[in-house]
Ligand binder design. Sequence first.
Ligand code: ADP
Ligand code: MG
Ligand code: ZN
Length: 632
Amino acid sequence: MTMNGEPGKQQKYPQWAPYVLIAILMAFVYLAFQQAPPLEPSYEIPYSQFKELILKGSVDEIQLSGDIAEGKLRSTEAIGPQGETAQRFSTRIPPFGDETLLPLLEAQGVEVRVSGETGKRGAIAILLSMLPWLFLILFFYWVFQRTSRALGGRVGGPEELKKFLETPARKAEVPEVTFADVAGQDSAKREVTEVVEFLRHPETFLELGAEMPHGILLMGAPGTGKTLLARALAGEAGVPFYSISGSEFIEVFVGVGASRVRHLFESAKKNAPSIVFVDELDSVGRTRGTGLGGGHDEREQTLNQILAEMDGFSGHEAVIVLAATNRPDVLDPALLRPGRFDRHVVLDLPDRGDRVAILKVHTRNVPLGSDVDLDGIATGTPGFSGADIKNLVNEAAMLAAREKRNEVLMRDFEEARDKLLLGTVRTLAIQPEEQHRLAVHEAGHTLVAYFLPYADSLYKVTIIPRGHALGVTQQLPEEERHTLPEEYLRDRLAVILGGRTAEKELLGTLSSGADDDIQQATTLARAMVARWGMSEDIGPVDLRESEEHPFLGREIAQPRRYSEHSAEAVDHAIQTLLREAEQRARTVIRDHKAELERLVNALKEEESLHREQIEQCLGPVDRHRSLVAGSD
Ligand code: ADP
Ligand code: MG
Ligand code: ZN
């Protein structure tokens, strides 16, 4: 929330204010009791008696205020109901008026004073009648203050409360940032350019009956520029940007989140074409029913409101809903269903080249010394996100400013980097020797995939951490496969084991990094043996340990239906398959050691290599990849 922790919010209503108010009220009460009863006794007398007294000439003076006349006699008289004597009296003048009264008073020479509609006593009476209300208001104010203080000063006072309930979202403006401010992230940008076109000219799309996807989910590690990309998308298209952050939904009052969503979509539709951006979607969109502690109901209401709004699009509103999350794994499946956030755009941590580009963007307005080498900085910051790099530049500029220099030098950047590396646990900083091992491991996968004839062709290899994997070798099947031929599966096993084999061949030792690989390979080998009958020793027998449930799509534990002996044979066959695959990987690696080393160096240099770069590095290979069996 923007109201969070702004200094001076508490000072507006000083702590002693309620006490002063109480003091003032007590003074009022005191005055009221002080002035109300005159010290001399006074009686209320009937109007008729009052008239008689005037006629008798005993009235000295009267004061008229409203319909009450208070007066004083020339001397004490027995005017009390039991004949008590007094000099003061009061009476009520009949509401229909008495035209004879004033001439009479004049004739008798009575001093007449008239005060306003409500006299002094009337005013006090009114104040007294207001007193309970004042106390009530004061009490509520006090409770409110206490609550807001307990909530960490989130809500400062009545005006803030009003603002807080009324403001549905930040004012929508067209952001100034464009795609030029987003460095790297080419594939993400490519995926959303279509949306930009649509937002620029929605009529052309709608005339053709083309429907745009309404929900796009941006996924990526913190600081990879999800928020930035969303804003840039609106800026590029020149449409208003309605943004709300998931954490703002979890509010003090139930229902506020949902009503904000409603307002947000209302104004977005009114100003279409436009973009609605839900940042930090995971904080509202977590799988329902797993809420721990408070805020759960609120989240559910808000989430339901988002879903209802998205379902409410009739297909020809030019409103695009973007959402960002760094935890796509915890999102409620309802959010990802068709018609909702069914388009996914992944933002990766930047590789070296991208880091150079990001550095360029953020040093645009920074005076750099002649020794500053952006390439060198990028090389020294593996695993840094875009936000980390922005931070780095800022930190370096501050170091230079502290020394009153007017240029930022290379050593500022180095010092800033060391400071950030020490200070952050979040950054996945990779040590040089670890990076070398990582490069060897991924290069091993890549090399084996490249030279084995039936393996899927390579798409990209990277040693930039992503999720909990430290490096990734991505392969793309050439064609859609419905059945998996044996040669393909055997090559695949070799590729999976290629990483650790390369480590062993080049470095002499293994590491724990191959954990996932071994598990993957074993699962695949088990399926080959026990389900697909691809082992000579076992033959075509179904020896599955469990069965995949046709509807649930996951394995359910079931009693084993085969003998101990068969189980042993299966284990043995799996081992044979894996050993054979390892041997094949080793052969490829030994035959192409020079290429492997080239690849390792290129990978360390560039951090991620695309298909063409891999081909360039490894040289040509003639692969006959026409598979006879299975592929059509
Ligand atoms: P996220 O929303 O993914 O956590 P942000 O969009 O908030 O990340 O990024 C934080 C800041 O980091 C941005 O404001 C921007 O200055 C910088 N940044 C991140 N990625 C990039 C990038 N690709 N190019 C330029 N700046 C970037
Ligand atoms: Mg963000
Ligand atoms: Zn691996």
